[in-house]
Write a protein of this length. Structure first.
Length: 115
């Protein structure tokens, strides 16, 4: 997917729907022409009746020199949670969205990351 947003071009994007949250994994290019990952958590905030819903967004930017350390750390903490909690599923979340063009069965892990 190639999407234009303001001055940053999204070269590839994947949305992960998880309850009231949607996680966007966007591949972008910086000014030095290097690719990086922008992770956005978007959470729907439903205020009182009669008021329009809003979305709370949090972003993290991950650069290629940090990928390996990030993956190692993420795997480590997921392993810890699985060992001590036992209720973290590692099977891919069901995706019923026909607009999502990624149909691969990659064994992705569904995560909830709170900042």
């Amino acid at each position: 997917m190639n999407v234009e947003t303001g001055d940053k071009e999204i070269l590839y994007s994947r949305a992960i729907k998880a309850g009231k949250r949607i996680y966007y994994l966007d591949v972008k290019r910086n000014l030095k022409d290097d690719l990086f990952l922008a992770i956005t958590e978007s959470k729907k905030i439903q205020p009182k009746e009669g008021v329009q819903a809003t979305f709370e967004k949090h972003k993290i930017f991950l650069y290629k020199e940090d990928f390996e350390k990030f993956i190692e750390g993420l795997s480590d903490v997921i392993g810890y949670i699985q060992q001590h909690n036992g209720d973290v599923s590692t099977k891919p979340a069901e995706n019923n969205d026909p607009d999502d063009n990624d149909t691969s069965d990659s064994g992705d892990i569904k995560l909830t990351i709170d900042f």
